[in-house]
Each structure stands twice: as C-alpha cells, then as structure tokens.
Design a protein around this ligand. Structure first.
Ligand SMILES: *Cc1c(COP(=O)(O)O)cnc(C)c1O
Length: 407
C-alpha cells in the first residue's frame, strides 16, 4: 500500500503540533483517546461564534436560518460520508456513549425475560454498561463473545452463542485498547440470519476506516466527533429508519415534539424525535468540517500511512527488549498496547511525559481485556496520520530511557 500524505503540509494544518511540552516538542500518541484539531475545524468554530451564533430550527430571523442551514448541511455531510440512505437516519448525539445509551434505552421496549443479547470481551465500558442496565430492566440475558490471546474475537464461540433467542448484538468495529479490527461483516450477516439487530461501536474505527452503513447492512453505527478531528461533545448515531421509527424517544423536551398538551404529546418525525433540546450546534457544524478534512486526505491514504507507522513502531519498540505487546492481530489499526517486564505502565507514562511524549496508561475503559491478560493495564501508543517516524524514534528512545531508570 502506498499513500499520498504530504506529512509536512498535514502537520502545518494542526497548530497544537508545534508546541512544546516540558521543554520538548510535543509527540502526541494518545489519538485513540482523542484526536487533535486542524485549523479548518478551529476556524469553523470561531466563525460560528463570530458570525452566526443562533438557535436553530425555530427562528425566522436570518442568523437562525444561517445556523440551521449550516447544521443541516453538516448532517448531510455525515450522511454522505457513512452512505446512509436518508438524512433522517443521522441523529446528532453528544458522542458514542450517548448514542449507545439512546439505543439501549429504546430496546427496553423491545426485550423481555428470556431474550438474549450478545456483547464481546473486547468492548469499551461504554458498550458494556448501558446493556447491563438494559438487561437488569428487562430480564434479558447478556452473553459474551470471548477473546483469544492475540486479542481477536473467538468467532467459533460467537456462532455457538447465536440462537433464536438472540435479539441484539453489539460489538466494536475496532478495539480501543488493542486496535483489533473485528470481522463485523460476518457478525452482522450471521446475526441477521437469526433475526437479531446489530449495533456497531465505530468510535475507534471511524478515524481510520470509512464505514458504508448500507453495504454493511448494519442497524446502528455510532461514532464520536472528537476522535475524528472534530470537537468534543458531538457525535452521530446512524440508525436504520425502520428501527428509529420503532424505538421510543430517549429524552423528552423541546425540538423532539410535534404537539404538546397535558393530555397527550405527539413526537416529531426523524431525526428530531431523538434530538431533544438545543443541540451542540457549533459542534455539529465543526464535525462536518472535520469529516470534509479527512475525506480531503482520503481514508485509503490515511490507513496506508498509519499502517506504515504501526509496522515501524512495532519493530522499533520490540527491539528495546522485554517488551510485551498485547493485541497482535494481523488486522489492526495503529495502536500499540504494551508493557515492559517488571515495570508498571503508569511509571513509563510519567517518565516519557517529562520528555514531551503523550501516551495513555491504564485499563483504557476496557477492564475485561486487562483481566483476560491478568495485568493492571498497559501503555498505549496510538498513532494518527499527522504523526511521523521521527516521533516514533523519540518515543522509542524515551521508553528505553524509562526502562533503564526503572529496572
Ligand atoms: C472512545 C470510545 C468510546 C466512548 O466514546 P465517547 O466519546 O467517550 O463517548 C466508546 N467505544 C470505543 C471503542 C471508543 O474508542
């Protein structure tokens, strides 16, 4: 795979990348937690507040019209990006966690005791806890697809778990803790054969892989703006129209109603039925700009370049010695979760931060994965298309230094 990322040009798009941290050039390898923001997105945020900040959908005045048009244009950008059949299937949320809770809450009306729902061992807590709450409410049973030592899903076990009792399957497209790309095409088609709906947590995949929701035939796909070069506090839930019609609203309030009387309230049509209250208008507009920016680079270019970084970083890091990498699937995004024998991940993270290098340490909101490996956590370095091999060299040198200091 070759790429066409002009790295110097790309880096110049991200103001934060030129700052220093603790006296050293920032090396930002915590992209799986949140991505950095290009100038075009920052400019869109400033422009919104300087030029046309207004509430949307209701006002007759010009600013309100401008804000409504920009917000709805962003919805269209997102629809086109994920290839949803209709704009009504794109629900703005505050992020992945909100999107999953919205669907889990809606399914309380669809499940009964004796039904089964299937999760995987590789999930972020956001894609575990809302479903546990749903099971408590409905009496449905939560089944878990186990993982293997390489950090992949045990697909044989998935086939055995599926039955006529299965109503819903929810797995992530990419594991945030290990980077594993899961075989969601198979999961979706097998689940559908049993009549079960499928929700894919795309938070970690969306910055690297362009998902086509119609080709996947997925029922729900959720993402967060802040992992895709957009701002925090905004995300998208894609839902098939038939499901969004069937599920009850999540929150009640303004924007989501048709008519309100004390006797009876009727709800607005899609997508507004699921968008109660004043939304993150500026965030939605900026998210649309971020999607345009990523598409301008091209997702194939992004994936090819990030794969180069992953391969290089894996080789260099293993050469340090006593390094254990967790998540060794051949299908993975640019995430390296690792430990050095006898050293606590937190200590490595703290020392390399002094050298300007930002990584995540801990359980990465995926405690079941850490339990599987019987470790308290890992050091996670996660790369983006704006990172470089030189930064990886600096990171590896810093890890070497930490290893010498700590052993
Ligand atoms: C980040 C992440 C989430 C949670 O996203 P929020 O933006 O915090 O709501 C859920 N699942 C995965 C796989 C993630 O990477």
């Amino acid at each position: 795979m070759s790429h066409q990322i002009d790295i110097e040009k790309v880096r110049a798009d991200f103001p934060i990348l030129s700052r220093k941290v603790n006296g050293h050039p920032l090396v930002y390898f915590d992209n799986a937690a949140t991505s950095q923001t290009p100038k075009v997105v920052i400019d869109a945020i400033v422009e919104y507040y300087e030029q046309y900040n207004a509430n949307i959908h209701r006002g007759v005045h010009s600013l309100s019209q401008e804000a409504t048009d920009a917000y709805e244009q962003a919805r269209e950008t997102l629809r086109a990006h994920f290839n949803a059949a209709k704009k009504e299937e794109i629900i703005f949320t505050s992020g992945t966690t909100h999107g999953i809770n919205l669907v889990a809450n809606g399914f309380a009306s669809q499940l009964k005791a004796g039904d089964e729902v299937i999760v995987s061992a590789l999930e972020h807590h956001s894609n575990i806890v809302p479903w546990q709450m749903l099971c408590e409410k409905t009496g449905a049973q939560l089944k878990v697809i186990p993982m293997t030592n390489s950090g992949e899903l045990a697909m044989d076990a998935f086939h055995e778990l599926l039955s006529d009792k299965t109503k819903l399957v929810f797995v992530n497209h990419v594991s945030n803790a290990l980077g594993t790309i899961n075989p969601i095409e198979t999961i979706i088609s097998e689940a559908h054969k049993k009549g079960a709906a499928v929700l894919i947590d795309g938070a970690q995949a969306a910055p690297h892989i362009k998902a086509d929701v119609q080709a996947l035939d997925v029922d729900f796909y959720v993402v967060s703006g802040h992992k895709m070069c957009g701002p925090t506090g905004v995300g998208v839930l894609y839902g098939k129209e038939e499901w969004l019609i069937k599920l009850p609203p999540y929150q009640g309030g303004g924007e989501m109603i048709d008519q309100v009387t004390f006797e009876k309230t009727t709800y607005a049509g899609l997508p507004h039925k699921f968008e109660a209250g004043t939304p993150n208008i500026c965030g939605g507009i900026a998210f649309g700009k971020a999607i345009e920016y990523l598409n301008g680079l091209g997702f194939e270019n992004i994936a090819a370049y990030e794969h180069e970084l992953l391969t290089y970083a894996t080789e260099q890091l293993l050469a340090v010695g006593d390094v254990m990498i967790y998540g060794t699937s051949s299908e993975k995004t640019a995430v390296i979760s690792f430990n050095i024998e006898g050293i606590h991940p937190y200590d490595i993270g703290t020392i390399i931060d002094k050298l300007g290098i930002a990584v995540r340490t801990g359980h990465h909101c995926a405690q079941p994965i850490m339990d599987y490996y019987k470790i308290p956590g890992t050091v996670r370095a996660s790369f983006s298309f704006y990172n470089t091999k030189e930064e990886i060299d600096a990171f590896v040198q810093a890890v070497k230094r930490a290893k010498i200091m700590l052993s």
